[in-house]
Design a protein around this ligand. Structure first.
Ligand SMILES: [Mn+2]
Length: 337
């Protein structure tokens, strides 16, 4: 079990601890932070920090759980940093310099494929991409440390797992068995769990998703349907909506004041048959053309870079996808609809 590598959470006593996740913290990041906060606060002074900004739904979750998150806190008065849900320095945003200079102890727990960057000592770092969410890892760490998992902790971790598994699209049996336990401990049903962070009245999101569909450019390569589109905001949600609408691979983005943002999503079918990894095969390569960086998971990834227009980078995503698909099938043709 991964957490055997880290000290028991009960060994943290009278420490000043900062739980820090990645910039633009998502549900999994906040859920992991919240669970550790509830566990450690009894015997320590604990704060939750986030570099730069927090996603809207993660903000709703933090509010539902009654936890405070500080944007860009100073690390000066902390003995210990616990970094959650990332392992690349880029994800630290404007806090990068502070973390590089931090002289206390740093722990890192993450479920993304490992970068080669060293942020914490190897002995204090656990990166295991066999977990779909950092929340799953924290759940195991709490259990291993013999901490009682309260209702709020269970509900938070369930939210993290639901979101990072893309609503169980990438879940394995471990995920389902953890979810069964968490739902039971939370005292809530799945609908009540959703209400902790899903904002049903967010009309902006609904409109973005519909606009993405309205503006979609559609392609076909063999039996894979690809779609690209542009929206002013909610790229990730819109890309996911494109998958629900029938695309196998979707890229949705925007370019505002030269800042380029693109989210990519792939269907279960595309992941199984084409074995594409959007983070590795598309977004990591896109940086060469539109100076920036991308990452994430095979079926859900994002890119931030520079471009004055959106059409060209979206087209490049299609080209890079085709480059990958053609490795196995050199004769593959792209057809536009
Ligand atoms: Mn995550």
């Amino acid at each position: 079990m991964w957490c055997l590598l880290l000290p028991s959470l009960s060994s943290f006593k009278k420490k000043r601890i900062l739980l820090l996740s990645h910039s633009r913290a998502d549900i999994d990041a906040i859920a992991s932070s919240a669970a550790l906060f509830f566990a450690l606060k009894k015997n320590n002074s604990v704060s939750i920090g986030i570099p730069d900004c927090i996603s809207l739904s993660a903000k709703s979750l933090a509010k539902s759980l009654g936890i405070k998150c500080q944007i860009n806190p100073s690390t000066e008065n902390f003995d210990i940093l616990i970094l959650l849900d990332f392992n690349s320095k880029n994800m630290l945003g404007s806090m990068r310099g502070q973390i590089e200079k931090f002289s206390g102890k740093i722990f890192l727990v993450d479920h993304h494929a490992g970068s080669n960057e060293k942020i914490a000592l190897a002995a204090n770092t656990v990166i295991d991409d066999s977990y779909v969410a950092a929340s799953e890892m924290i759940f195991e760490w709490l259990k291993k440390s013999r901490f009682k998992i309260g209702k709020k902790t269970a509900a938070a971790l369930a939210c993290g797992i639901i979101e990072d598994s893309a609503h169980f699209m990438v879940a394995d049996k471990k995920t389902f068995s953890m979810m069964a336990e968490l739902i039971e401990k939370s005292g809530k049903n799945i609908h009540q769990i959703f209400l902790l962070y899903k904002n049903p009245l967010d009309t902006g999101k609904k409109i973005a998703m519909l606009k993405a569909a309205e503006r979609a450019q559609i392609f076909k390569a063999g039996n894979i349907v690809l779609a690209i589109s542009k929206v002013g905001a909610f790229e990730a949600e819109s890309a996911m909506a494109m998958i629900r609408n029938g695309a196998d691979i979707a890229f949705v983005g925007n370019s505002e004041k030269g800042i380029l943002k693109i989210s990519g999503r792939a269907s279960h079918f595309a992941l199984q048959t084409a074995k594409i990894d959007l983070a590795k095969n598309v977004f990591q390569k896109l940086g060469v053309f539109f100076s920036g960086s991308g990452g994430g998971h095979a079926g859900a990834a994002a890119f931030t870079g520079k471009s004055e227009t959106i059409q060209e980078p979206l087209q490049k995503c299609i080209d890079l996808t085709m480059d990958f698909l053609k490795i196995k099938n050199p004769g593959l043709q792209l057809k536009k609809f």
